[in-house]
Structures are given as C-alpha cells and as structure tokens.
Design a protein around this ligand. Structure first.
Ligand code: PLP
Length: 345
C-alpha cells in the first residue's frame, strides 16, 4: 500500500479519455443529455438575466425523496458538496472508505483535515467493524466508484452513530433499478448525509447539478458555507426536470438495460481469463489484468480509453475501470482486448 501522497487524487477519467478514442473511461451515460432535457436547458437561456430561483427545483427534490425543505440543499454537483462538507465541518477523525472517488479525501485534505483510510480488498464489500469507533466523519460511496459494489442499506445504517456524520455518495444510485439500498429517503438514521448528482445518468458533467439530503442542522451548516447563487438557473431547471415521474421512469428503464449489458460485458471479460469484481451494480466494471498498464496503453494505441485504477487508494496499475456502453461498442472492444491479450508483451 502506497503512502497517501503517492496516489494522484486529482486524476479523473476525463484525462484518460483523450479526444479521438472510444471512451470507456468516463462514467457518464452515453448519448446524453437526452433531447428533451437539452431543449429545457436551451429554453432556460431566456431566464439568464435574472438571478437563479431555487424554489421549484428545491420543491421537486423534496417531493422526490420525501424530505422537508430543511433537509435538502441544492449544490453545484456532488463536487461542491464535498468542498462544503470539508469547509463547514470540524471532524476530529475523518475516515474515507477506499477505493472510492478521490475528491472527498482531496477536499478534506485541502481544508486541512487529516484523513484516515479504510482500504477494502477482496470482493470490496464493507464490514462496518473496519471503521474505527472514534471516526466522527465517515465517507463511503454507494454504489462505489470504481468497484461498482453496492453496499446493503443495513450495512451503511450500521455505520451511523450518534456524534458521527456518515456521508454516503450516491452519485451512481440511479444505476440500480428501484434504488433498493439508497438512504436518500431514510430519516431514521442519525447523522446520515446523502449526496446525489445529475452528472452521470443525465450527461450533465458540464452543468454542475446535484444535492445533499440529511438532518436539518447539518444541512444548515453546509448552507451557511455555500456561496450565494451557487447553482445556476440551467442547473436548477435540470434538477427540477430530472425529478419528474417521466424522468425517473426513463432512468429506471436505462438502469434495467444497463444491467443486461453489464452482465454481458462481465461474462465476456471473464471468458478472457480476467478477474472482474463481482456483484457489480453501477455503470462500470472494475477489472484486474496482469500487466494492466501495458494493456491499457496498448488499448489506447488501438483507439480505446479505459480508466486507470492506479490513482485510487488501494488499487495498482493492474486494475482498470471499464464503462458499460452499447452492445456494438462493447463487442468491438472485447475483440480488440482479446487480440491484445494474445499478443506477446
Ligand atoms: C462517485 C462519484 N461521486 C461524485 C462525483 C462527482 O459528481 P458531480 O459531477 O456531481 O460533482 C463523481 C464523478 O466522477 C463520482 O464518480
């Protein structure tokens, strides 16, 4: 295990996905944003002379998750929420469960908080007993980027405790039909903050839209740290639009198709003798490949970008993350990968 400084926490999949390559590195749903949403965003340009009014989007999120107003904070994506948390909270012992998205740890460190890591391995499932009892801030992803593992809601609930803030990053929650393990609507567990993002499912990485759900007193501290008008009018329009029953039904249909393609890809990669992290539930697979870095670079030369694993604490260059795309793209990708694996190194 490398010491903290040796993981490049600021590396993200968009760096791996150079222009011209078939992008299996970035986890945003292909073919997005959908036309109806792009139309809504274009229409919102007419409103830009006015300061943003968060009211309708705020109400839509409240309705969607069954939360009162005081338990919802709209943010400029999950990334802003991580920074607000790091700036507003004063943890005595912050623990980040890895491997996971690196920005929560980066934001905590940037705000001057030391961070302890709990590094999962094997099948990357979470045993709550691994988290130190005196941790008063714990960050976990569900489902987790890059492992694609979905932790049971009860496992996460077991991590919640009085005097502790448990941050559950649900940026990929809508990859799971019905979201059975989401804590977004759960108000009976103390200190749980749920972060949601519109980036992945709706293809809005460039817009910056998301929100935090949690106990009113913590939400109020985050709100006090947030700049005025942090969420733009187009982002508010998108947030409201993506909470409608029609949008939720569209996301659910996609999640069901995703499951089929993900299982096909996992089967094909396993047939090549590769280790695929089991029980994947998100829009990507984490795969271990001997000489993974050589294979990743050879894939690049062959026109494919996959996300390197080495920048995630707990992973080595032998790990790559592969986004689940449409069947034709994945069939061609697997064929290319098979040829590369057979080529002499
Ligand atoms: C697990 C996870 N959480 C949050 C984010 C950031 O989301 P947003 O675009 O809403 O800031 C990402 C982006 O890669 C992610 O992978």
């Amino acid at each position: 295990m490398l010491p903290p400084a040796e993981y490049d926490l600021g590396h993200h999949g968009d760096v791996d996905a150079a222009p011209g390559l078939v992008d299996l590195a970035v986890n945003v749903r292909g073919g997005t944003p959908p036309g109806w949403l792009a139309d809504r965003l274009r229409d919102s340009v007419g409103e830009l002379a006015r300061y943003p009014d968060p009211g309708p989007a705020q109400k839509a999120v409240e309705r969607r998750h069954g939360r009162p107003a005081a338990e919802v904070l709209l943010t400029a994506g999950a990334a802003e929420a991580f920074v607000l948390l790091a700036r507003a909270l004063r943890p005595r012992r912050a623990v980040v469960v890895h491997p996971q998205f690196t920005e929560p740890e980066a934001a905590l460190r940037a705000a001057g908080h030391p961070v302890d890591r709990v590094v999962l391995d094997g099948d990357f499932t979470l045993d709550p007993a691994r988290v130190p009892a005196d941790a008063d801030l714990v960050v976990v992803g569900n489902p987790t980027n890059p492992t694609s593992v979905l932790h049971p809601a009860e496992t996460l609930a077991a991590l919640a405790a009085p005097g502790r803030i448990l941050v559950v990053d649900e940026a990929f929650a809508d990859c799971v039909p019905g979201e059975p393990e989401s804590l977004a609507g759960r108000r009976d567990t103390p200190g749980v903050l749920v972060l949601r993002s519109l980036t992945k499912t709706w293809g809005l990485a460039g817009l910056r839209a998301g929100y935090v759900l949690g106990p009113a007193e913590i939400i109020e501290r985050l709100r006090a740290a947030q700049p005025l008008w942090a969420v733009s009018t187009p982002a508010l329009v998108a947030t409201e639009a993506c909470c409608t029953p029609a949008a939720l039904a569209e996301a659910d249909t996609w999640a069901r198709e995703l499951k089929v393609r993900r299982e096909e890809l996992a089967t094909a990669l396993s047939a090549l003798g590769l280790h695929v992290v089991p029980h994947a539930r998100a829009s990507f697979l984490l795969v271990r490949i001997d000489e993974g870095e050589r294979v990743r670079l050879a894939l690049r030369d062959a026109g494919y970008a996959v996300r390197q694993g080495a920048t995630f604490p707990g992973l080595s260059p032998d790990w790559v993350r592969i986004a689940v795309r449409d069947r034709d793209t994945l069939t061609a990708f697997v064929r290319t990968l098979a040829q590369l694996l057979m080529a002499p190194s």
